[in-house]
Design a protein around this ligand. Sequence first.
Ligand code: MSP
Length: 539
Amino acid sequence: MAATGTTEHTAGERAKAFYVTTPIYYVNDAPHLGHAYTTVAGDVLTRWHRQRGEKVWFLTGTDEHGQKIMRTAEANGVTPQEWCDKLVTEAWKPLWEHLEIANDDFIRTTEKRHTARVQEFVQDLFDKGEIYKGGYEGPYCVACEEYKAPGDLLDGEDGQKLCPIHKRPVEMLKEENYFFKLSEYGPRLLEFYEANPDFIQPASARNEVLQFVRQGLQDLSISRSTFDWGIPVPWDPKHVIYVWIDALLNYATAVGYGADQDKFESTFPADVHLVGKDILRFHAVIWPAMLMANSLPVPGRVFANGWLMVGGEKMSKSNLTGISPQQLTDHFGVDAYRYYFLRAIQFGQDGSFSWEDFAARYTSELANDFGNLASRVAAMVGKYFDGALPAAGADGDAEAALHSALIETVSVADDRVRALDFQAGLDAVFAYVKLVNGYITEQEPWKVAKDDSPEGRARLASILYTSAESLRALAVLLNPVMPATAQKLWDSLGAEPHLGALDAQHVQDAGRWGQLPAGATVTKGAVLFPRLEEKKADA
Ligand code: MSP
């Protein structure tokens, strides 16, 4: 290949990764159900894409600067860095491990790989004339780390004005700051949204942003000078960079911006930024404008998930249910936890968590429909064929119906999960579980087993092969959502020696019939979803 002065790469190395991010979370406190909700969704999405055989990069991390963290550390009598280190190592990373989150990287905004590059980015904007010095006075919510528009505030007691999200009093701030010329980007952003109708999802989120940008954007204060827990503004170190500018840039610095050009070009921009709807504008307005201002490519999609609600309010540190993710996983197990929120709530809409609803779904969908199916089939292959999967005889109408239903299930699940419609994806898979259960009920293999004739044995073999092969597909389709359970099922089907590792099975091929070979050793493995212990909802 002729030398061009730039490094040449093979297509494989160069292929861009499917890049998904979660918000980087504030470490003022331990993670709660709301944080875990977005992170699990990102994990399921990326596991799904990995299992399509795609190159994937999944990033999460922590947002460690700003006034909120500084005040929390002060209140606890430690430095902000000590506070962040403790929370990250004792609370955040352990929870993600516990929930089987398979992130490829974890970025902390206090890391040098981040801070140095943020300074460079902001310096570039300054040099390009995108940043100027000005003054600002307005109501500020420290919990949001954001100036609020006076018209958006709620009335509190004694004439106080409250943040509409946190319902806490805002503070009047007056500062001389540096400003980013965000107001100039309105028309370009609107053009971009127009040309990319899927950029902001769901539709309600898109409409909200369109309306907001159409009203006209104001320039954005991007530095603070009344406290010092942040990244210094390189040309004026009395200021620190506004925590949101700092934070948004994690999506670039974590994948090599300004440091590793190959990594950057083969990863950036994100294909999907997952965010809660509370932080949609930062991602759908400010972030693309910052990138446009520095001539960098903008992300593919910003998907805003709804809120987990408590008593009609967004679940937050101050109104927690009193139930931590660990309490739920202690009772229901990690896999059921990963499953429940995605199945019960339409992703993009608000939803309420209820212990009773979780218990009901666990028992009916996971334990009775799915878990029992797996154990019944394994038990019958054990009992009637000594645990060696028999070869199927000629298929009848009932088998043919299951084959085509499986193909349809795979196609719907693949389409829906990639569209982040996890609920419909899981609905499709669990509708198939019901079909297989119905098939077994109708075929009555326990009755067929009484017929010792060659025809009877062949019929029994067909029924059990069909059921086991269906379970093979279910293990593949459910692996991104419930990896430990799917692995148990894979083991119990004796699939690995013949088909290889479960993670290597392509989800889009799961509907190809006949993959599990006759002769596979089927064993009755561990119960997939044990009966729940009695537990009070307020435990
Ligand atoms: N640090 C910023 C994000 C910077 S990203 C460049 C931040 N952090 S946060 O700790 O407050 O986390 C916010 C995110 O947590 C939300 O956007 C959402 O993804 C998730 N959730 C927090 N509470 C939630 C609910 N009650 N319900 C659903 N998601 C929630 O904002």
